[in-house]
Ligand binder design. Sequence first.
Ligand SMILES: [Zn+2]
Length: 393
Amino acid sequence: MILWGSVFFTAGASLPALGAGIVADSTAIMREKGGITLTIGLSEPVAFQVFTLDNPRRLLVDLGETDLAAMPSGMAEDIPEVSDFRYGLFQPGESRIVLDLARPMLLETAQNGRSPEGNPLIRLHLTPATADEFAAKAAPPGRGVWRGGATEAKVEGAAGLPIIALDAGHGGLDQGARQGEAVEKDIVLQMALVLRDTLLEDGRFRVVMTRQEDVFIPLGERVEIARRAGADAFISLHADVVTLGRARGTTVFSLSEASKDQQAVTIATLENRSDLVAGISVVGEGDDLTQILLQMAYRETDAFSSRFGDVLAEALWFQNDSEIKSRRMAAGFRVLRAPDIPSVLVELGFMSDKADLENLLDPEWQQGMSETLLGGLLRWFEVEAEMRGLLRN
Ligand SMILES: [Zn+2]
């Protein structure tokens, strides 16, 4: 039996149970009956929904908020049908498990059960299918789309001050880059929190954060959070691993649709993968007229963002005391496309570089970096005030 649409809920559990968690002993992936079986052991029954997405082929299991900390993280290692496996908080109240499928496989059965110890189980069995069958049964666009509007971001700081939107890249089941034990989503959240405290202590800015915990936020929603808050500037923080060439030090990026720099393009491609990694469908970016209006707004903001990027890069330049210098690049980042907010993306350092990674994990370095960014922000507001003064005269 092949199930269409593939939506299931556990009986008697239409509302997500709070406090449910994964039971490691009864959670596993097994090869059996010509396919694979994913068994999820739970401490309490949880509402769930299963669907598949194409390009790339994935199986997604959404659960009501569930503590996934006990998930046996290596359980897909010996399963050739599963090329990657990740999990995390997808949005408030919803956790997600994603299996990247190395070959087309369809959900044949989804069942509730009980382990010998009496724990509730979700048991999903997948069997091989053709690429066409898989494509035909992948969830249509619209399903698996992030609900949106679920995030409430509060603005901190005294009324009347300029608002800086701080965006810690990645989060939840989008881990970002990884280097050994170090995970980008954690490093940049830590840095964003230090920067927030630095800005608030200084007392000349207000702050809104796109995320304050380990949760997934789609790229477009990050921009929306900044816009809803009326942010005056948007800073997205990242720390990536780069395999192309050697990358060290801090880089400030601003948006450019036609970047000629290959490394900038590579990094933008990595960052733009976030939504794909988390398994959301990226819905159309609007009709032609909207596009034209947006383009016009971008062009105007582009000059602001460019200047913003230049000033920040300059501030960082003076902070770096070794041969490592901050660079300024432009590339097509989706997270920088707020038409009306000057936006930059700061690659704080590269986890692939040993010295950079040590810095990124060092609280003293984090404090120094956040003070430099504060200095850059103050300088930028000065520059903008001067520009406005010049324009008026
Ligand atoms: Zn990143």
